[in-house]
Design a protein around this ligand. Sequence first.
Ligand code: FES
Ligand SMILES: [Fe+2]
Length: 449
Amino acid sequence: MRLDRLDTRTGVNPRISSPEEYTREETYRNTRAPVDFAVTLLPEAYSDPDFHSIERERVFAGSWIVAGCASEVRDPGQVLVTEVAGRSVIVTRDREGELRAFHNVCRHRAAKLLDDDCRSVRNNRIRCPYHSWTYDLAGKCLGTPLFEGSDIPEDQQGVFDMGGVRGFDKADYGLMPVSVDTWGFLVFVNLDPEAAPLTGQLGDLPERFSGYRLDEWEILRERGYEPKADYKLIGENFMEYYHLPWVHPELVKVSRIEDHYRSQGPGMYMGFRTTPILQNTGAGGFLGLPPLSTLSGEDAVSGRFVWLFPNVAINILPSHAFIIVANPEGPGRSAERTVLLAHPECMDHPDAEDEIEQLVTFWDLVNVQDIEIVERVQEGISNPTYRGGRMCYRFEEPLHRFQNMIIDRMVGIDRVPPGDDEEGTQMFARHSSGSTDSTGVQGGGRIGG
Ligand code: FES
Ligand SMILES: [Fe+2]
């Protein structure tokens, strides 16, 4: 196929006639083109239940997915219950201080063990509400209801005795493990037993954020939202600031469009920064709490913004962070968990509570503006007459990078894209398209061959 034969002029993607086409490279040929030539991802990716189910397996069941914050499982017995690709997962810390994750499924007859809002368990034990099989925090089956500490009355214990069951050893019936790891203030799980380490997905992020001591940060506030939009639209909106002047009149005063720079190394993420962030206006802003004293150089005056594949927005400012985990709830529906965090040192301020409220109000304003606009996109993209659009590549290269990551997984390619050729490109300034493609796809070679 040659580039000049691609139907990009009219922004047309092929029509889909069967779900298996979603797993074929050919389906995405127009989005695989170099960014200044590419068409946006086909619209069915945001609304078709068939795309959604394949994506759930290929993207979510095979990636490191954020389960919550490290501060939520600092102590033995604390738990996080999260859902990944439709499967409920428990994250906890065992008595030895080791982080553990398990499928939230009893090994007896599969009852869900812990409720979604469970935050800790009693006596460091996970007990099934159905027939009371009980597990320790390392997932070991301690017993069917006839083990030491059981509250089954002595005169009834015989009834529950599994001793007569043949070929049963409770050592074979521990909880089914899930891979778990952390970076900074985030806890990740991966359902794939063969998963590559988290470090590959993170790329150079740990190094870029090493000055922030993120693992010490604590949760200040959290809030949920239910956007009627696909999680990818939330991500794509986050990773471009082309829309700032029209959607965020308040934000653009503290994070000027001309102060944005690309900041994107190897890794499964899209990133940029604002340097410098400006003084708050009457509508609020990013300042207020004292900045972390150990930050220096650009870190001390910048906002750093990362969309970590597949579904997390990470906004890190010198005094606080705001994260959005956008979980897919169905075709065209998401559940957002947003969390405001700060290093304990930054809360040491007489007006800390007022400053935190100001930040909550400001981030809510910006987030609601984003949700309203992506819901409009969801409505438009569900109109079958629309077959795809074009990207303003100076602002929207990160979308191209992201959409190509999604395509990779849909067609079964496991790769981590390289970073930008040039660090800190000022995205508002005009520059050549040659340095803007960081999808990891050998654009010209693959497509023009
Ligand atoms: S299903 Fe859990 S104890 Fe029976
Ligand atoms: Fe926005």
